[in-house]
Design a binder for this molecule. Structure first.
Ligand code: 5GP
Length: 215
């Protein structure tokens, strides 16, 4: 992986109830800056139509998933809607070293685990809220991919997910996707400019001081 910048890459965690727009936001973010990596999770759930192994998820058997957990390959993992989901650690560490930011589309349980891990100081976490529950319900139905029973389950889980909003560094209310995306890139740009994420600054300022002395 090419060295794109001298800082460590940061870990941008996006959580929200399903249907609040975080998948659209993360897709737009990857188009906006192609150095950003998406953390492809492993899951035991079945692929939906159009999903490809290795692109949206690594689709794994329960047995293989448990092996990955046992051998310490997961940065975090959790059970969501009766299936297991987890973020493989190796690609994240490689991206960080190469100075590339990684975006995670994971639930509050995963967010908590990464925030509390050794990588916690590299985390920027963002919670995406829907403008209303009626709108969340409408967005879930308009996907046309899940049965009524699955949608009812997701709505119940939404309430639980939303209860964790205050654990996040930032909150975006996704009323309008373009506006929400602007807010997302604003957060990322500001976080990249934090002094402790610009290790080259000390050298830069030394250069400014040399310039003072030679005037
Ligand atoms: P879906 O099955 O709709 O793709 O995802 C269901 C939920 O699982 C979403 O809230 C998604 O953010 C979450 N999720 C996806 N991958 C992971 C993961 O690796 N870890 C955790 N903790 N949650 C995940």
């Amino acid at each position: 992986m090419a060295q794109v910048q001298s800082r460590r890459g940061l870990l941008l965690i996006l959580s929200s109830p399903s249907g609040a727009g975080k998948s659209t936001l993360s897709r737009k973010l990857l188009d906006w800056d192609q150095t950003i990596r998406f953390s492809v999770s492993a899951t035991t759930r079945a692929p939906r139509p159009g999903e490809e192994d290795g692109r949206e998820y690594y689709f794994r058997s329960r047995e293989d998933f448990e092996d990955m957990v046992k051998t310490g390959e997961m940065l975090e993992h959790a059970e969501v809607f009766g299936n297991f989901y987890g973020s493989p650690k190796a690609p994240v560490e490689a991206a960080m070293k190469a100075g590339r930011d990684t975006v995670f589309d994971i639930d509050w349980q995963g967010g908590q685990q990464i925030r509390n891990s050794a990588l916690g100081r590299d985390v920027v976490s963002i919670f995406v809220l829907p403008p209303s529950i009626a709108e969340l319900d409408r967005r879930l139905r308009s996907r046309g991919q899940d049965s009524d029973a699955v949608i009812a389950g997701r709505m119940a889980k939404s309430r639980d997910e939303i209860s964790h909003w205050a654990e996040y560094d930032y909150v975006i209310v996704n009323t309008d996707i373009d506006n929400a995306f602007n807010q997302l890139t604003t957060i990322l740009q500001a976080e990249r400019l934090r002094r402790d994420r610009q290790p080259q600054l000390a050298d830069f300022v030394r250069g400014l001081n040399r310039e003072f002395e030679t005037r």
